[in-house]
Design a protein around this ligand. Structure first.
Ligand code: PEP
Ligand code: MN
Length: 290
């Protein structure tokens, strides 16, 4: 029994469409693909990602600048310098960007530089943050908590909706279980359930779910098959060199190949993966990546 009101399927007669740019929306016929590194590391890195992923194509770029790291001694993200890089790539390529916001204090600056604000797993029940994001006029990507039930996940979305922001996309990213061969256990049953319980778009992050690059593609395919409205996938120009989550990062070439392999699956389930990239290559690069 789920106690949601605004998030509940019964609240409206239609599925919610969450628009993050003039051309990119979640929840319609098109499956939206978001690609990019775990962490923004440099302008050169993000330019290379944008240029190579234009061919995938992807519709939006990701990259963390405020990173919720397990260890306080690990790299914590580039912060405002990273936001400047995201904003530069966003305006140069006219591509929507998604990045994480970890605290209320970061909301204004992140909202000024990004098209979609990610709430990471570790903050899914940071209720003050959720309430504050309810007052923001930007779409929110809400990731499922590491050990959150479906009810807790939906009720976290309810916090954002009930505080005034209807633009919420849910993201299944794996939950903790007894096994640790994969980083988490991808709960595709939750994706199917959430699509029935709520009217919100539901996307899947196979990267954090499996934690190993060789397992990302099969889970991405399974996500499309079970009705996900989008995917968010980590990839990097030099995966082994990623400052965070190196083990799960795809190469940019693998990312391009993966997106191509998803197209027939999307068609088979009555969906579509756009031929149109969110990255507009006509604009001159700021930094000429090789
Ligand atoms: C991320 O997307 O980089 C991330 C930290 O994800 P999660 O919150 O799902 O662990
Ligand atoms: Mn990551």
């Amino acid at each position: 029994m789920i106690h949601a009101q605004l998030a509940a399927q019964s609240h409206t007669s239609h599925k919610t469409i969450v628009k993050i740019s003039e051309t990119v929306s979640f929840g319609g016929e098109e499956i939206v693909i978001i690609g990019g590194p775990c962490t923004v590391e440099s302008l050169e890195q993000m330019e290379t990602v944008a240029q190579k992923l234009a061919a995938a194509p992807v519709q939006a770029l990701r990259g963390g600048v405020y990173k919720p790291r397990t260890s306080p001694y690990a790299f914590q993200g580039m912060g405002e310098d990273g936001l400047e890089i995201l904003a530069a790539v966003r305006s140069r390529y006219n591509v929507p960007v998604v990045t994480e916001v970890m605290s209320i204090a970061q909301i204004d600056i992140v909202a000024a530089h990004a098209d979609m604000l990610q709430v990471g797993s570790r903050n899914m029940q940071n209720f003050d943050l959720l309430k504050a994001l309810g007052q923001v006029n930007k779409p929110i990507l809400l990731k499922r908590g590491l050990a959150a039930t479906i009810e807790e996940f939906v009720m976290a979305a309810e916090y954002i909706l009930s505080h005034g922001n209807p633009h919420v996309v849910l993201c299944e990213r794996g939950i903790r279980s007894f096994d640790n061969y994969t980083r988490n256990v991808l709960d595709l049953g939750a994706v199917a359930a959430l699509k029935q319980i709520t009217h919100l778009p539901v996307i899947v992050d196979p990267s954090h779910a499996v934690g190993k690059r060789e397992l990302v593609a099969p889970m991405a395919k399974a996500a499309v098959a079970c009705g996900a409205d989008g995917l968010i996938i980590e990839c990097h120009p030099e995966p082994e060199q990623s400052v965070s989550d190196a083990r799960q990062a795809l190469s940019l070439e693998d990312m391009v190949n993966l997106v191509a392999s998803l197209k027939p699956l999307a068609t088979a389930v009555g969906r579509n993966i756009s031929e149109l990239s969110g990255v507009n290559l006509k604009s001159a690069p700021i930094f000429c990546a090789a």
